[in-house]
Unconditional design. Sequence first.
Length: 129
Amino acid sequence: MKKRVISAVLALAAVFTMLAGCKTVSTVHNAAAPVEPAAVQTVAETTINVSEEEALNAVRQTIRVDYSKHPVCLVNSALKYKNEEYYQFQISSLQPYLIVSKENGAVYCYYDDQTVTEVYQDKTFGSKC
């Protein structure tokens, strides 16, 4: 009987030890907090890691619209913003433009006044992410 109790205690201890090691770490994103996109930091040299086709795919994966009704077209293949190069796209006649970093493939909204925001912060595209 004593061996069964000790075995049960050891088995429970092993299970609890394994469960204690399984934690889910998550990040809370506060949409109300002002966030400057990481891709708009000043960079001395532009490294092109993302092709035009990859950038187009990034736009299509980020913005969920019916692309048979709303075609996406490349507006500018060499947009410079804060010493970094971007591909500039437009979906149909929707504004703002979407820009994709040639360095890391991040997608942002680009406005006519030459400001940039995260896509989810935009009133047109925020609900389509």
